[in-house]
Design a protein around this ligand. Structure first.
Ligand SMILES: [Mn+2]
Length: 459
């Protein structure tokens, strides 16, 4: 984690991939990307590039539900040729799985990813037909410093400078992955962000951040903001929020983005939160899609509900009614779950861990997002690992969403959720996995009881 950043080495990798792509004149491209907002934005950047280059391409979305081997088997054609290139964006850092596959193929593989590489295989072991660009091996943080879409944009722009016009897509990827206000962007994410502001391709604004509901009235904003979740107002009745605002002489119908500074101050003081920051607008899009964070969140929701709707939404200028309904349902459920989590639920807490049984209180399909947003909102103690979940009826196993905060990582030498999951699996069995901040695990009921009674030995 503390590895020193090496900008030159990273740019050298990028340059090698760019040169290879330009020099080789491929006649067919297959683009593969991840099923989330960052992945869809990355894919669309690459599609725009290939379109500009008049190149023939297909695209596929990888949701990690099958192994790379099984997945690619369905895509590879019998006739192999080095005139075909694969471009992976926002996926593809599972080199232990991919290298043996790539070794057997004639096609060229460009992997542009910002997820951490599992085992740092030595570069000498990379096949000749692999062009691997991943800033995390050069000391960059895949969330704060560079999104998948940022990397895809940097690659595309070096090949075709006019891709800058589609640069706004990058901001959707950044907003979807970083879950932060835009003033907190760093490194390449920040550089690209500022470049796009200068080119007037996006707009940067300062104001009250109520992510999830920036496009709404202040009444709905306070009610359904998920970043921050506002304790005391989040998911409360319209009546309660209206009287809160009326007392401050602020019309509940005022749009969040139209609040003036003194109104913002009054609201924050009275509700006891602090959420001034920068947000990005996309001038190409209207209504809710004008707001980068909300646009990204919508894509993330659609990716799980209806992947083709996600892919078409990124090309639309205004939202469909179908998508708007899904969005509203999602966001109000999430705000309600955060309220449930911050108040009612009994928990079992040790020095290092918090267990919360949400069975019957929160729908299982929402466990994972509720866990994630409770962590980014610091609803629970940020120095403890969260185990959120419960009994899953159909399998008879305990399903857990496990999360930790960045503060936790810093205090514990970077030993995060994936390391803890590995240790638990080794000693108690179960299936699961994840990355540093987030993961999931299924355990038998006896194993879960042993874990709970002995948790501090696992972390
Ligand atoms: Mn990503």
């Amino acid at each position: 984690m503390a590895k020193k950043q090496d900008k030159n080495k990273f740019l050298e990798d990028l340059g090698t991939a760019v040169d290879q792509f330009i020099d080789h004149s491929y006649n067919r491209i297959i683009a593969i990307s991840h099923n989330d907002a960052d992945g869809i934005s990355s894919l669309h950047i690459i599609q725009n590039l290939l379109h500009k280059l008049n190149m023939d391409y297909d695209y596929f979305i990888y949701n990690r539900s099958v192994s790379w081997e099984n997945y690619l088997e369905g895509i590879f054609s019998k006739r192999q040729t080095d005139k075909t290139a694969f471009i992976f964006t926002d996926v593809g850092s599972n080199l232990n799985d991919l290298i043996p596959i790539i070794n057997k193929r004639k096609e060229n593989f460009f992997i542009l990813d910002h997820h951490e590489v599992e085992d740092n295989l030595h570069r000498d072991n990379y096949p000749e037909n692999l062009f691997f660009v991943n800033p995390t091996i050069h000391g960059y943080d895949g969330l704060d410093h560079i999104a998948g879409a940022t990397l895809a944009y940097m690659f595309a722009k070096q090949i075709k400078a006019s891709i800058i016009k589609q640069g706004w897509l990058t901001i959707i990827g950044i907003a979807g992955d970083s879950l932060k206000s835009m003033d907190k962007l760093k490194s390449f994410n920040r550089e690209i962000y500022e470049e796009l502001i200068d080119e007037e391709l996006i707009e940067d604004k300062e104001g009250l951040i109520l992510f999830g509901s920036m496009h709404e009235s202040i009444k709905n904003g306070l009610k359904n903001s998920i970043l921050p979740y506002i304790n005391g107002l989040g998911s409360e009745s319209d009546q309660k929020i209206k009287s809160f605002l009326n007392e401050l002489n602020i019309s509940p119908k005022t749009r969040v983005v139209d609040l003036n500074n003194s109104e913002i101050q009054t609201i924050q003081n009275k509700a006891n939160f602090n959420s001034l920051g920068h947000y990005a607008l996309l001038p190409q899009k209207f209504g809710m899609l004008n707001f980068a964070f909300e646009h990204a969140l919508l894509l993330n929701i659609l990716c799980f509900k209806n992947i083709s709707a996600a892919i078409s939404m990124i090309q639309l200028k205004t939202i469909t009614r179908y998508a708007k309904n899904l969005y509203l349902e999602y966001i109000s459920n999430l705000a309600r779950n955060l309220k449930t989590l911050s108040s009612e639920l009994p928990r079992y807490e040790t020095n290092k861990a918090i267990f919360i049984d949400v069975k019957g209180k929160i729908a299982p399909s929402n466990w994972s997002d509720t866990a994630s947003f409770s962590t980014v909102n610091e609803i629970l103690d940020p120095y403890k690992i969260l185990f959120l979940g419960g009994l899953e009826k159909k399998s008879g196993t305990i399903k857990l969403s496990i999360r930790c905060s960045r503060q936790y990582l810093e205090r514990n030498n970077g030993i995060g959720v994936n390391d803890i999951i590995t240790k638990i699996k080794n000693e108690l069995g179960g299936v699961g996995g994840g990355h540093k901040l987030a993961g999931g695990l299924r355990l038998s009921q006896p194993s879960f009881m042993r874990l709970k009674s002995n948790i501090d030995n696992y972390i």
